[in-house]
Design a protein around this ligand. Sequence first.
Ligand SMILES: CC(C)(COP(=O)(O)OP(=O)(O)OC[C@H]1O[C@@H](n2cnc3c(N)ncnc32)[C@H](O)[C@@H]1OP(=O)(O)O)[C@@H](O)C(=O)NCCC(=O)NCCS
Length: 170
Amino acid sequence: MTAIIRPTTADDVAALQALVGAVALERRYLGATQPFTLQQTRDYLAHVEAGGGVALVAVSGERLVGWTDILPGPFEGLTHYGRLGMGVAADARGQGIGPALLQAALRLGFERFQRIELEVFASNTRAHRLYLRLGFVEEGRRRAARLIDGQADDILMMGMLREEWTKTQT
Ligand SMILES: CC(C)(COP(=O)(O)OP(=O)(O)OC[C@H]1O[C@@H](n2cnc3c(N)ncnc32)[C@H](O)[C@@H]1OP(=O)(O)O)[C@@H](O)C(=O)NCCC(=O)NCCS
């Protein structure tokens, strides 16, 4: 499957809401386990845009198959960093769409942010490996921070600084 990566637009809201919702319902990868509403999706995108963040989608043909966003930190003193989230449709994984989305988001994100951070469940080895491969550093581990369906999971905190990203690009 080939996909193009482009900025998210208002026309993507319904497809984005459906895709994020489907990944949330998988219960394994995102903090959320229920879909967000269309209005929450709209509000979130507006929030990302207002803060100068990044919102990209991967589109294959007519179909939205992936997303990523980088949301600026919330208060003065914290707006130099952004928090990254992403996902790819279940049947589109393992084909390089995630790496392409992440690479594009980091390229844009580091024009604006000095630091990009994220959290990933330790059990999510695919995402964890991808983040390590693109240059994220593990900065901490919140032990047994998620407890779902009787299973405890650690949450890994990862971050990358602009100068670290720049080095990977030379
Ligand atoms: C994580 C995710 C974004 C990666 O995107 P993707 O398009 O599937 O990425 P790839 O196909 O290149 O796979 C990424 C890496 O994982 C590896 N991989 C694939 N399947 C794997 C598996 N079952 N276990 C471990 N690694 C695996 C790939 O080989 C690749 O590693 P490599 O480049 O070193 O060879 C995507 O799988 C996804 O959306 N997962 C569910 C949502 C999610 O986890 N979001 C992130 C929350 S923090």
